[in-house]
Design a protein. Structure first.
Length: 84
């Protein structure tokens, strides 16, 4: 039962990754807007840039991991290894 629930939290496709990246981007821009109000000027702009930059880094990592997992699965299928 726990495995079935756990599979809900696994990103399997690029589409799912893009949906998560979009949600992260919405949250980061909202947080960045709050920073701009709290810290007007250059400091607020740097914090806004940091929040949006973190989404770019996280998104790139997610997409790379999905590609790597796909390549590993294909390699295992070719060599006949089982997952484990």
């Amino acid at each position: 039962m726990l495995r079935k629930i756990g599979r809900l939290f696994v990103i399997k496709t690029r589409f799912e990754a893009f949906l998560i990246i979009y949600a992260l981007a919405l949250g980061s821009t909202a947080r960045g807007s709050a920073y701009l109000q709290q810290f007007p000027g250059f400091g607020g702009q740097l914090l806004f840039l940091a929040t949006t930059g973190a989404v770019f880094l996280a998104g790139a990592k997610m997409l790379d991991c999905i590609r790597l997992e796909k390549e590993v699965a294909e390699l295992r299928a070719r060599t006949g290894e089982s997952e484990g």
